[in-house]
Design a protein around this ligand. Structure first.
Ligand code: SF4
Length: 749
């Protein structure tokens, strides 16, 4: 029974892409209970274990409440004035002496789950004007962003599987029962997948590992790591060979390049591909025929398909199959969301899109390609450690931990200490921020407003939900938009005392001016000052969001969302072709030139001996429901129990190598070595071993007591910074060649 002092509030969980509605009970200024919000228009009460821990995160004694500044070699508590004075004293001279590119920025994944972070990190990037921008995207979804931009015109135009109406789902490199989905926003993936089977449909999982998702699927098809592109190309080949290609009446007139794809697939017969990917030719043909014959179907690929040598080709072929089987842009197929706050494919008009150009500039040392204004994180370490003009001398991180997430992270860890200046916007002293000169902590997620600006771009249903802060800022805390704005002003040389409202006012004015100038905007023919007056007295991210909602396709307002704490349901996805397209041609480009050119590289791979035939092992990653990359390991309820950072090994390999369940294995690659506890399981195929990422918290200076007690090992010590997808520069994190031997006397203490 709740006490009279208790209150109930509702908010969207900001921790992963599923956007679940939460019901929080607050008593005596603290969270006393969190459960799923049964009235949430999207999640209907679904919640996962992470969502119940927001109160723990808020109360975590290791979470920084105020800035830290390095003095005499040690990080010490400081005031905001002192922290920004340090930035203002040291950052502008580096830019003046060495140019804008001397400052690099690394933006981590939590930024995109955060309204302030999403909006105001852009402001900082604009002010800095550096070409050395790195994000977690290039160890994750960059290949998909490139293929979507080339095919549909924008980097966020991903067709998402219409889970609630499909009758056949082909899933590759994704484990949504552990991750809760990615680039396909939907609470309760387990229930949605179960219901596909309950209504007589099929879920087929192609994955090197028998994941939890695979265990509950209609069929699991094990594949050799890193060969999804060849497998998908053989499916495309089969569709053409069997005359099963039919994009459908609604789409046929808007697709170009079908004949080119037919020619490209010519050599990729199922027989040619089968030895490489470890899937029989008959199975490949059967799956292609099932896909074509299903009343409705969707192909969906995620992280595992991106973090491989042919990541962009794989991402492209996923949607090629959706098009060729008539499943693009139809209910039950792969569809385009229409987000309430707008987005690149709701602004402007078809046929007026800009050409997607990759590699407009290249990294200084190795020449890796830029994409969407960013360079691959695989080259961050060398840009810091290689002397010469353009060398990175200062780094700003925003909610990122590249010391754990970058490939060959041992190298990056060593090189972070050599920076002239490291400024981190982060609320933990973690493996990266322990090297910082200045740490600027953002407030707890419960002390800031939340709206999933990014993830509604990928939502399986059009919804909108805003959550006001649950708690006020604690004394001495700054909101993240203020931190990022003050950083931007300090970088401009405006000093430590500059008012963040200056940057905020300038940013909203630019947004409004653009809308006023756009003949297709509802604000055209209004004046900028009129629109700004309408948005007053709001400031900060809420003012920007209110404006974006008003300008968006449903003309909502923030007040409407505030009146609807369980969210606003805008209906199921609807066909959007050709209106959604932003390619210069106004067509779905099925055979974009950069991808066509890259197929030559894929063709050459057919001649390779299959990995694993000679007893060699390759490493793949894995997800766990209670883990979220590297940053939630300081929450006791999420890390307690059986150790999760284990090396999973197939019993046949273990017997051959001499490993025992619970023993220790030494795993090494070209870039590093580690010792991990062994877990025997036939869920991984012979020739494959698996480690989760985001662990390895036992480094000196880290101040996260719970995480340090459950340290685990850092799998990215083994990931090779010289292995990447050539088109995107995305790191290869799946299928890393490793050597595994018994660790001898056991695990180190
Ligand atoms: S699935 Fe994701 S959004 Fe939902 S409760 Fe869990 S962490 Fe939060």
């Amino acid at each position: 029974m709740s006490s009279s002092a208790e209150t109930t509030v509702f908010r969207t969980c900001p921790l992963c892409e599923a956007t679940c509605g939460l019901e929080l009970t607050i008593g005596d200024g603290a969270v006393t209970r969190i459960r799923g919000d049964r009235d949430d228009v999207f999640s209907h009460g679904f919640i996962c274990p992470k969502g119940t821990t927001l109160g723990h995160l808020h109360d975590d004694p290791d979470r920084l409440r105020g800035p830290m500044v390095r003095r005499d070699g040690d990080l010490r508590a400081a005031t905001w004035e002192e922290a920004f004075a340090e930035v203002a004293r040291r950052l502008p001279p580096i830019i003046q002496r060495h140019g804008r590119d001397a400052v690099a920025v690394y933006i981590g994944n939590p930024t995109v789950h955060n309204l302030s972070g999403t909006l105001y990190s852009r402001l900082l990037l604009r002010v800095l004007g550096t070409r050395n921008v790195f994000t977690a995207s290039t160890v994750d979804q960059r290949p998909k962003e490139i293929s979507s931009a080339l095919m549909f015109g924008t980097m966020v135009s991903h067709p998402v599987p219409d889970l609630d109406r499909t009758s056949y789902l082909l899933l590759l490199g994704a484990n949504p029962l552990a991750s809760n989905g990615s680039l396909a926003t939907a609470p309760d993936w387990p229930g949605r997948l179960r219901r596909i089977r309950e209504r007589g449909g099929a879920v087929v999982v192609v994955d090197p590992k028998r994941t939890r998702t695979a265990e509950r699927a209609s069929e699991h098809v094990p594949i050799r790591p890193g060969t999804d592109a060849q497998f998908l190309m053989a499916m495309v080949h089969t569709l053409f060979a069997d005359r099963l290609v039919d994009p459908g009446d609604g789409v046929r007139g808007f697709v170009s390049g079908v004949d080119v794809v037919a020619g490209l697939a010519g050599d990729f017969t199922p027989e040619a591909v089968a030895p490489l990917c470890g899937i029989g030719a008959d199975t490949i043909r059967r799956l292609a025929r099932e896909l074509a014959a299903a009343p409705s179907a969707a192909v969906y690929g995620r992280t595992g398909t991106c973090t491989q040598e042919f990541g962009t080709i794989t991402s492209w072929l996923v949607d090629v199959l959706n098009v060729l089987t008539g499943n693009l842009d139809r209910p039950g197929g792969a569809m385009f969301p229409k987000p309430a706050a707008g987005g690149p494919n709701t602004l402007g008009r078809p046929r007026y899109g800009r050409e997607t150009r990759i590699g407009r500039w290249r990294s200084r040392v190795r020449g890796l390609p830029e994409s969407f204004g960013e360079l691959p994180v695989a080259c961050l370490a060398e840009e810091i450690e290689t002397p010469g003009e353009g060398q990175v001398r200062a780094l700003i991180t925003i909610a990122g931990n590249p010391a754990l997430s970058a490939p060959n992270s041992g190298r990056l860890q060593r090189t972070l200490a050599s920076l002239e200046l490291l400024v981190c916007v982060d609320f933990y002293i973690n493996e990266t921020t322990r090297h910082a000169d200045v740490i600027l902590p953002a407030p707890s997620p419960l002390a800031r407003g939340h709206y999933d600006l990014a993830f509604y771009l990928f939502a399986l249903r059009n919804v909108a939900n805003y959550s006001p802060p649950v708690f006020p800022l604690e004394p001495g805390e700054l909101d993240e938009w203020q931190i990022l704005s003050k950083l931007a002003l300090a970088a401009q040389g405006l000093g430590a005392d500059a008012d963040p409202a200056l940057a905020d006012d300038a940013a909203i004015r630019v947004l409004v001016e653009r809308a006023v100038a756009d003949p297709h905007s509802p604000f055209h023919e209004r004046t900028t000052d009129e629109v700004l007056a309408e948005l007053a007295p709001r400031t900060g991210p809420e003012r920007m969001l209110d404006f974006m909602l008003r300008a968006g396709p449903y003309r909502l307002t923030l007040d409407t969302l505030l009146e609807n704490p369980h969210g606003v349901d805008l209906g199921p996805l609807e066909p959007r072709l050709p209106e959604v397209l932003r390619t210069p041609s106004g067509m779905v480009e099925l055979a974009p030139e950069p991808l066509v050119a890259d197929v030559e590289r894929l063709r050459a791979s057919l001649a390779r001996a299959a990995d694993g035939d000679d007893g060699a092992l390759v490493l793949i990653g894995r997800r766990h429901l209670r883990s979220n990359n590297s940053w939630m390991h300081n929450i006791g309820t999420l890390v307690k129990g059986k150790a999760r950072c284990t090396l999973q090994v197939n019993p046949a390999d273990a017997a051959r190598i001499g490993l025992e369940d619970g023993g220790a294995a030494r795993v090494s690659s070209r870039t590093g070595a580690l010792v991990a506890p062994v877990e025997l399981t036939d869920a991984v195929a012979p020739g494959v071993v698996s480690l989760p990422h985001g662990w390895g918290h036992d480094l000196p200076g880290v101040a996260m007591a719970v995480a340090q007690a459950h340290a685990g090992v850092n799998s990215n010590l083994l990931a090779d910074d010289e292995r990447y997808d050539e088109l995107s520069g995305n790191a290869v994190l799946n299928g890393i060649p490793v050597q595994v031997v018994p660790a001898g006397s056991g695990l180190p203490a």
